[in-house]
Design a protein around this ligand. Structure first.
Ligand code: F6P
Length: 534
């Protein structure tokens, strides 16, 4: 407890200073940056100083981070509310790794399924697994949450490496999503992946049945053009998918951590087994760094500590993820699930009220688009939004290198503007030069003041390759883990999604005319509106 008090005291004692003054100390940019392989995280544009960092590292040590990290990597059942191990890291572990769960090495089975998935993906890519009308041209992945966001995000991120059939992702139970996706596709050359850890998720199962009906309208054996990825092999069989086209995984892989295994089948089909292997190698490199680097030089740990500083200590409720990388357009949505489903909890491991705020609200959009939308608030609004910039030094379009330089310049300019701001005197001088005088000059100048002193981090890497994408995703996974350990909560369950699911099941019949009088008056009125207009 006293370490939190020490940190709170330090935060209060330093909150009014200008971060820019911290750069008077020579070498701050280097001292407050961390490397993992070729990735570089700069957190010098924050108000964290040497004392603050030492206290934060102490906080992580006091929380038992090293032991808890070892417990996770060792296969202990750290997801206590579900009685499960947490072993997404097994999905990308090295060839000779041995990981025991309940006394049994889980790696041989995991590798065997991966090899089967690779072989299937390569068959589809090469046209050796055709549809009724010839080689597969389009693959539709039906899944939601972790069975959608990871593969959809990664498929877009790896577009320059995409040389397999076209990939489409359908998640929403809104019929518009599947209708718009299937429109224009040929059922005879389309493959459908039904991706669902539980194989019970209503959105996914409803869309899967819709897709099967669509396929059956043209294809004699529609089941042959369906594959399943799931932990529930009994349910995939019930749906009618032959076992050789089912790729299983264990319940110790959380949905939002599952992109590394068969849930990534769409990525495997898009970029091939070699590309997927490189993605896994990137994740593994970050795992090795996370396990071995001292806490004060450990990228996921430092990213987590910066997050704890901004959210739990400074009280900034949100953080913006701002990839200056159009192909990471789905990263904010992916991180919303990863971070908010993991650390959006109100009780600790013992079931006691959390002593402080849970994880932050995560949001964002790619730059430069956001600059022309919500950056106004980030620069001049009354709330402070810590920003997390991501940037590749190099793009994939050599002929458009000038555009990439423009992109990079914008990214660097934003973090500089957030740091420096523009003072009233500077704004006044600009307006005076334009000819303004007297009270008009002061009034107009005030609108053009940027307070600055606003924190940001920049994650910079050479190029968005499959390997680097793996590093980035594993970095964020471990960051979530570290924040969860420090907050003392279970990052691996998601009970908060249950109530809405239950109530939706009960409301369904009301929309078809059943008695709604047991509902609250607001819900009754809304039900009545839908009934009247459907
Ligand atoms: O409702 C939340 C959730 O359980 C997520 O945790 C999960 O990623 C998603 O639904 C999809 O679940 P499934 O893969 O079992 O269909």
């Amino acid at each position: 407890m006293s370490i939190w008090n020490d940190l709170a005291r330090h935060q209060r004692a330093t909150e009014t200073r200008h971060m820019q003054d911290l750069f008077d100390e020579a070498g701050r940019a280097q001292v407050f940056s961390v490397q993992a392989g070729e990735m570089h995280l700069d957190y010098s544009k924050t108000n964290i100083d040497a004392e603050g960092r030492a206290l934060l590292v102490q906080l992580a040590e006091n929380a038992g981070l090293a032991e808890k990290r070892a417990a996770m990597f060792g296969g202990a059942k750290i997801n206590e509310t579900e009685g499960r191990a947490v072993l997404h890291i097994a999905q990308r572990a090295g060839e000779d790794a041995v990981i025991d769960v309940d006394g049994e090495d889980v790696m041989p089975e995991l590798r065997a399924v991966r090899m089967r998935a690779y072989a299937f993906a390569e068959d589809v890519r090469a046209g050796r697994y055709p549809g009724q009308g010839g080689a597969i041209t389009d693959v539709v992945n039906i899944g939601i949450g972790g069975s959608d966001l990871g593969p959809a995000m990664a498929t877009l991120a790896l577009a320059p490496y995409h040389d397999g059939p076209r990939l489409h992702y359908v998640s929403n139970v809104d019929g518009a999503h599947i209708a718009d996706t299937l429109k224009g596709l040929n059922p005879e050359t389309t493959l459908v992946i039904v991706a669902s850890k539980t194989f019970t998720t209503i959105e996914t199962m409803t869309n899967a049945r819709t897709a099967r009906d669509w396929m059956a309208s043209k294809v004699t054996d529609p089941g042959a053009q369906f594959v399943a990825v799931s932990t529930a092999l009994d349910k995939t069989a019930e749906f009618g998918i032959a076992p050789e086209r089912v790729f299983g995984f264990a319940d110790w892989v959380g949905g939002r951590y599952s992109v590394w295994g068969p849930i990534g089948l769409g990525i495997m089909i898009a970029v091939g087994a070699a590309g997927f292997d490189a993605f896994l190698a990137g994740g593994r490199a970050m795992d090795t760094h996370f396990q071995n680097a001292p806490l004060a030089e450990n990228m996921p740990v430092l990213l987590a500590l910066v997050g704890i500083w901004h959210n739990q200590l400074c009280g900034h409720a949100t953080r913006a993820v701002l990839p200056y990388d159009q192909r990471l357009a789905r990263l904010p949505a992916y991180l919303q699930q990863l971070e908010m489903e993991s650390n959006g909890k109100r009780v600790d491991m013992e079931g006691r009220d959390l002593a402080r705020q849970s994880g932050p609200i995560v949001w964002g959009e790619p730059g430069t688009n956001g600059q022309h939308a919500f950056y106004q608030l980030i620069h001049q609004g009354t709330r402070i939004v810590p920003c997390e910039f991501l940037l590749a030094a190099k793009g994939h379009e050599p002929e458009l290198a000038h555009q990439h330089r423009l992109l990079a310049a914008n990214c660097l300019a934003q973090s500089e503007a957030l740091l420096r701001g523009r003072s009233f005197e500077q704004a006044r001088a600009i307006m005076a030069e334009k000819g303004l005088t007297g009270s008009d000059l002061d009034r107009q100048a005030r609108h053009r003041v940027f307070p600055g002193n606003r924190p940001s981090t920049t994650l910079i890497y050479p190029q968005l390759t499959p390997f680097v994408l793996g590093q980035i995703i594993a970095l964020y996974e471990h960051r979530v883990f570290v924040e969860g350990v420090i907050l003392g909560l279970n990052s691996f369950d998601q009970w908060g999604v249950e109530l809405g699911k239950e109530l939706a099941t009960a409301i369904g019949p009301l929309l078809e005319g059943a008695d709604a009088s047991a509902k609250d008056p607001s819900t009754q009125a809304l039900v009545a509106f839908v009934r009247a207009h459907q």
